[in-house]
Design a protein. Structure first.
Length: 270
């Protein structure tokens, strides 16, 4: 059952990622994919609810774990119902983000009827998924950074009118800028979901959330800076050299947080 719990969490996180991309890009194909993934999540949650009802011989809504799990399932149900009826991408994204957080909390806080063995497995797998999502986000941000660096170099070459073979190798500015944005667009929700799972894991495994930990604070700052980058590109319509510099600065903050903050963290080993 722990594998099924983990599968639900992974599918839900991918669905939230899809809704986030649709919110930023108005991409109907991604919206449909997110919708069908969310439908699978809904079915798996319902199956787990029925399984607990049969095995426990009572309505599975008595413990904190069961209450939050059902609450998350209700949010998924509402989201599926309103997905095609309410043309408000921000609302659907926010609703599913809340549902994902509630599902994460429910799966990491087993109730009295969940065995200690299952609880231990869930805590370990949460840590693995937490680290895995953060590593994926770092990879996406590295790709975004590489495109921004190429943009800065190409911009300087054009400004100084240094035509040559390098121009064709680097690519045009609009493509570099767009690719940098898309990579960061993928990285931000991965970082967000990874941080959510890390907070949930800490609250269960350690018994407290280290809000003042240098690594935690640094990760939140990185999340906000990359969020500002995406907002500047998509909402404010900012383009050009300064935006590339902002993305580069965001990546440097990421590196500082990854390599240096661990030295001052009492909670993280790296």
């Amino acid at each position: 059952m722990s594998t099924l719990y983990l599968l639900i969490l992974i599918l839900y996180s991918i669905s939230v990622l899809g809704y986030f991309i649709d919110f930023m890009q108005n991409n109907q194909k991604v919206n449909r994919l997110a919708f069908w993934l969310l439908s699978i999540v809904w079915g798996l949650q319902l199956a787990l609810f029925i399984w607990r009802y049969v095995t426990l011989e009572r309505p599975p809504i008595m413990t904190a774990f069961e209450g939050m799990f059902v609450y998350a399932w209700i949010l998924v149900t509402v989201s599926l119902f309103l997905n095609q009826r309410v043309k408000m991408n921000a609302f659907v994204l926010l609703l599913n983000a809340i549902g994902f957080i509630m599902l994460s909390v429910s799966l990491s806080a087993p109730g009295d009827n969940v065995s200690s063995e299952l609880a231990s497995v869930l805590i370990t797998e949460f840590l693995i998924v937490h680290v895995g999502l953060l590593m994926l986000s770092y990879g996406a941000f590295t790709v975004s950074f590489a495109f921004s660096v190429m943009y800065v170099i190409q911009h300087k070459l054009l400004k100084k009118k240094r035509w040559g073979a390098w121009m064709g190798k680097l690519g045009n500015l609009s493509t570099l800028e767009r690719n940098s944005y898309y990579a960061a667009l993928i990285g931000l929700p991965l970082l967000f979901t990874g941080l959510v799972l890390g907070i949930v894991w800490a609250s269960v495994a350690v018994g407290a959330i280290p809000w003042l930990d240098v690594k935690v604070l640094g990760s939140v700052v990185v999340l906000l800076v990359y969020g500002a980058f995406l907002v500047q590109y998509r909402v404010a319509g900012m383009r050009g050299y300064n935006l590339a510099l902002l993305n580069t600065a965001a990546f440097l903050l990421l590196l500082i947080n990854y390599f240096l903050s661990g030295s001052f963290s009492d909670f993280h080993l790296w």
